[in-house]
Every structure is written in C-alpha cells, then in structure tokens.
Write a protein that binds this ligand. Structure first.
Ligand code: IDP
Ligand code: MG
Length: 142
C-alpha cells in the first residue's frame, strides 16, 4: 500500500465541542501521522472557494455559512492508504448512516454539521492540501 497524504478538517461544530484531541487520537491510533496543522477561521467566500465543487447544490450556501461560523483545524495526514483510511475513520456523510464508532457517529449533529472533512481522492487531496499549506509547512515522518 502506498504512503499517501490527505487533507482533514475538524469543522466548526467539533472545534466548538472541544473534541480536537479525541479526533486526532483516532488518526494516530490508526497509523496516520499529522504532518502539518493550521487553525484558521474562513470567511464565507473562502469556504465557497474550498467547496467550489458543490456550487449550485441546494446545500451550498448553508455549507459555506456553517464552515465560516467558527474556527476550523485543517491538517495533513500521512500514512498507508491515508485517503481511504481517513474516510473510513470519518464515517458516512450523514451521521444517521455513519458506522458505529466512527468520528461522525460519535461527534456529528447533522448531515451538515458533521464534525470532519476528508479528501475523497488522491487528486483532490493534493488540491485541498495546497489550498491551506505550503510545502515548507509539512513535515513528513517517512
Ligand atoms: P463528505 O464531506 O462526506 O465528502 P460531500 O458530499 O462532499 O460529503 O459534502 C460536503 C459537505 O457538505 C458534507 O460534509 C456536509 O457538511 C455538507 N452536505 C452534504 N450533503 C448535504 C445535504 O444534503 N444537506 C446539508 N449539507 C450537506
Ligand atoms: Mg466530499
């Protein structure tokens, strides 16, 4: 299995619940290393640029408002199969469908306020990592 990098975001709802540590613990216990972190508070326009792929969807404006409602923690995870492994640890988008023990099953409130973001492919991971981080901000553990 290839060593990959993926972007994770702890969303405003989960930062507000003070569960940053619990979420990062799950990544580390499952073999992923945090190689860069950035806490920031996006404007609605910045959130809109990050989620541009969803522009035109009925939930897009609400999603931009939610993602700019408070601070987030963006981070880069590195490890074997990181893209897929992170998605497994996150659980399904809708917490009602999220696997027991997943981050969203334990911390998400709704299909919108669902605690975490994770890149859905290696190509998108590279684009999303570059949105938040410069190469010099990342510190590989390989
Ligand atoms: P993902 O985060 O599991 O990859 P996406 O389909 O890429 O899910 O959607 C991005 C984000 O948009 C979701 O995490 C969630 O916050 C929000 N979202 C997705 N579908 C809906 C919906 O039907 N209603 C409200 N918000 C949604
Ligand atoms: Mg997605």
């Amino acid at each position: 299995m290839a060593i990959e990098r993926t972007l994770s975001i702890i969303k405003p709802d989960a930062v507000g619940k003070n569960v940053i540590g619990d979420i990062i613990r799950r990544f580390e216990e499952n073999g992923l290393s945090v190689i860069g972190t950035r806490m920031t508070h996006l404007s609605a326009a910045e959130a809109g640029r990050f989620y541009a792929v969803h522009e035109g969807r009925p939930f897009y404006n609400d999603l931009c408002a939610f993602m700019s409602s408070g601070p987030i923690l963006a981070m880069v995870l590195e490890g074997k199969n990181a893209v897929k492994l992170n998605r497994q640890l996150m659980g399904a988008t809708n917490p009602k469908e999220a696997e027991a023990g997943s981050i969203r099953a334990d911390h998400a409130d709704s299909i919108e306020a669902n605690a975490v973001h994770g890149s859905d492919s290696l190509d998108n991971a590279a684009i999303e990592i570059a949105f938040f981080f410069a190469d010099l901000d990342l510190h590989s553990r390989r």
